[in-house]
Design a protein around this ligand. Structure first.
Ligand code: SF4
Ligand code: SF4
Length: 444
């Protein structure tokens, strides 16, 4: 009795400490944002960011460890923050507002940029700018919410390793390594992003910037990007499906699987959503192929062929897809539309990997249909809006271009029906053997 009482008291104290730290941190960030001319943005801003993260970690620990693993998704549809309630909308507005300021009014973020100045000087020997601020926020979101995912899925080895992988790639390859390159006066480069996701990496302008003066490092970067795009991507997708990238390496996928994980159930499962998906994502992929080809044609002709058209294509893509779709809608709308809107509807890399996965891969999710009780957990928590239950009921393997292999459908299935597998490509679509009532004739 005394032990239980002590446990609840410490849990309550932890909860209060976590909330106070988060509130104080948020206040510090707001003060740095609005009043950097009169107060120290570093003390308030950077201090606020650190306090918010510390409070977040304490709250996450307290929240997740209090619940048994089987109850981690309880009340998801009842909580205001995860069920499109007022808190969810407020978070969506704040995130969307931040992206709008970041892309189109960066001067308004000066207080926060000054807050991360010491970190930028330390890592890159350069003053901070809005993109360094964004990278810092992004990485912290992946790390803090990565801990959340680790605790939530703590009984599942696949999810533990996958989450550590996205945290590692975000921190190492997308944050520290590019900063170190700048520190050593090398071109800024992100080794975990390739064309067509990092669409300008194969643009002639970027290639000549990287290989300027025959720099060995720049040549390696161009070589790395091309090899990863055209050789490693098809080979790895053949063996493992698109999950090797979308759920293990990619920064956008990493954010979706960590910060976006509480919103995965909000994905639209309707047939019309799937039609929109197909109608948008493949044209986006086609658009970036065309833009890249036009730019090369223009470069070879030394600006004589299709100069303004190719520049126009490039600017249009950067504005509508690079800024509005991937940032404002893709992340800003997590609490409203789910965590994979960008990956599902807009990412050209997902389209490329999806085509390979659907037609040239050993990956599939096999379903032991006879065990399915049609609870629908798998479909509910599929962030890509796939109606997994439908496949399970038929005993058919899930082979879909959009499946990112996150494995959550298998994790939430109470009957162990689903299994992520890399098997032979022969008979890949074969269904499992179902026993129905006509076979046994005991219900008629
Ligand atoms: S089908 Fe399963 S593994 Fe694929 S995206 Fe949906 S939840 Fe993830
Ligand atoms: S979660 Fe499992 S039991 Fe429930 S519908 Fe999906 S496959 Fe069937």
């Amino acid at each position: 009795m005394t032990t239980t009482y002590t446990f609840y008291t410490s849990a309550k104290i932890l909860k209060i400490v976590g909330v106070i730290l988060m509130a104080a941190g948020l206040l510090g960030v707001l003060v740095a944002f609005a009043g950097y001319q009169v107060i120290s943005p570093v003390y308030f801003g950077l201090g606020g960011i650190m306090a918010f993260c510390a409070g977040g970690l304490i709250t996450i620990w307290q929240l997740r460890m209090q619940k048994p693993v089987a109850e981690q998704n309880n009340y998801t549809w009842q909580k205001d923050i995860t069920a499109r309630g007022i808190t969810g909308w407020v978070i969506a507005l704040v995130l969307t507002g931040f992206y709008i300021l970041l892309y189109w009014f960066p001067n308004t973020l000066k207080g926060l940029v000054l807050a991360v100045e010491p970190l930028s000087r330390l890592l890159r020997h350069k003053p901070a700018d809005q993109w360094f601020l964004y990278g810092t926020f992004y990485t912290l979101a992946v790390l803090v919410m990565g801990v959340h995912a680790l605790l939530k899925y703590r009984n599942n080895r696949y999810h533990i390793i996958r989450t550590i992988s996205v945290m590692f790639f975000q921190l190492g390859f997308a944050f520290l390594l590019p900063a170190l390159l700048l520190l050593f006066n090398k071109p800024e480069f992100y080794f975990s992003y390739f064309w067509p996701l990092k669409y300008d990496y194969l643009f002639p302008g970027t290639v000549s910037y990287l290989v300027q003066d025959g720099a060995a490092m720049g040549t390696f970067m161009v070589f790395w990007g091309a090899i990863l795009s055209f050789i490693a991507t098809p080979v790895l997708t053949y063996f493992y499906g698109k999950r090797w990238y979308c759920s293990w390496v990619c920064g956008c996928g990493g954010l979706a699987e960590t910060a976006g994980d509480p919103y995965r159930h909000l994905s639209d499962k309707s047939r019309s959503a799937w039609r929109w998906e197909v109608a948008i994502i493949y044209p986006v992929f086609g658009f970036i192929i065309l833009t890249t080809l036009l730019l090369w044609l223009n470069s070879w002709s030394e600006g004589r062929i299709l100069g303004s058209l190719s520049q126009g294509f490039s600017a249009t893509y950067g504005f509508f897809i690079g800024a509005i779709f991937s940032g404002v809608v893709g992340v800003g709308f997590y609490p409203i539309l789910g965590n994979r809107v960008w990956c599902r509807f807009g990412c050209p890399m997902a389209a490329y990997l999806g085509l390979l996965q659907k037609h040239l891969s050993r990956f599939r999710i096999t379903t032991n249909g006879g065990q399915c009780i049609s609870c629908g957990n798998c479909s509910t928590y599929c962030e890509m809006g796939i109606d997994v239950r439908w496949y399970a009921q038929q005993g058919q393997p899930v082979i879909r271009a959009s499946c990112v292999g996150c494995g959550i459908c298998a994790h939430v299935c109470p009957r162990g029906v689903l299994k992520l597998e890399n098997g032979p490509t022969e008979n890949r679509y074969a269904a499992s053997v179902l026993i129905n009532r006509n076979d046994v004739d005991f219900l008629s």
